[in-house]
Write a protein that binds this ligand. Sequence first.
Ligand SMILES: Nc1ncnc2c1ncn2[C@@H]1O[C@H](COP(=O)(O)OP(=O)(O)O)[C@@H](O)[C@H]1O
Ligand SMILES: [Mg+2]
Length: 372
Amino acid sequence: MASVKLVGIRKIYEDGSRTHPAVRDLDLEIADGELMVLVGPSGCGKSTTLRMIAGLESISGGELFIGGRRVNEVAAKDRDIAMVFQNYALYPHMTAYQNMAFALTLKKLPKTEVQERVRDAARVLAIESLLERRPRQMSGGERQRVALGRALVRQPQVFLFDEPLSNLDAKLRVQMRREIARLHQQLETTMIYVTHDQVEAMTLGDRIAVLHRGELQQVDTPGALYERPRNSFVASFIGTPPMNLVEGAIVDRGSAFSPRDGAFSVSLGPRWAETMRGRDGEAVVLGIRPEDLRLARATGETPSAGSEARVDLVELLGGEALVHLSAGATELTARIPTPVPSTGDRLLLHFSPERLQLFSAANGARLEPAPE
Ligand SMILES: Nc1ncnc2c1ncn2[C@@H]1O[C@H](COP(=O)(O)OP(=O)(O)O)[C@@H](O)[C@H]1O
Ligand SMILES: [Mg+2]
């Protein structure tokens, strides 16, 4: 087992005369035994990062350490890592057993040891009954298990996963995700897991590194990413449905927020007012999670910081519902328990100052209210 440390890691692809930075100055430390998830939209540099760690891609700049050893120039086969890909690429003419044993046989391990390791991995993955089958005689989930087994038998210092579950259907994906989490608990081996799916990231990672356009945005626990995103990109990327983000400005001597078209006003409360005093007119982005947006009937008692909105669409999810609303040009989504309002209803919005977040419109950075 080993830690993995990236110091200012960079990847620049040369495309003829054009250069394309795919990973920019990435600093990241994965502790021995940790499961770190790299997440971000397609093209943000996840696979490139993983491939540089594996030694499948050259490193343009920075330093890479595995188990404290600098490995920039060490060949892939000498890095003691195992990688699992999305397209599991099993040898079609070999049985599951042969596929799993292949790398060990190449390494000239004694036959009894090969047998033992394959049996152990097969037991852990519950595929003992499949060992004599060829890939075409197996389902997608079974094949992916064999691919996992092929990595397991190598007993590497670090496991790398590049979207290993993307080819599976939704139900199987959830099941395999739990198995990988269980495997990690059982083996206590360092794992780096790449996915574009933030739900997968949130349910799997001890910590999550969010990448965007080749740059690291934030490394944190799932809870911290959700509660305190460092910028508006992370705020929008983590969470389903995503956080409502509204562009607007500070008004009323720092005490309120108003969207661009001035359709409503949100009272920010004393802590924000202290931070925002004298910043009237400053462009900011207000963020509020769907579950934090409160709705009230337009008649009856009026919340102090209310603003009217129209219900455009209600999506029932069982015990709760997503309510899509518009207030002027602003579209918002609320997640509320049933019973639900009807399309066309007019409701009052309430933004709790304790739950709303503000980001700079200039650079997306999180702003902080004055301490309590
Ligand atoms: N071999 C390559 N040559 C040139 N550009 C590449 C190559 N591989 C990836 N890229 C580019 O680098 C960026 C990051 O790609 P990748 O790491 O595959 O993203 P992800 O895995 O996050 O979807 C993308 O813009 C992609 O087009
Ligand atoms: Mg990729």
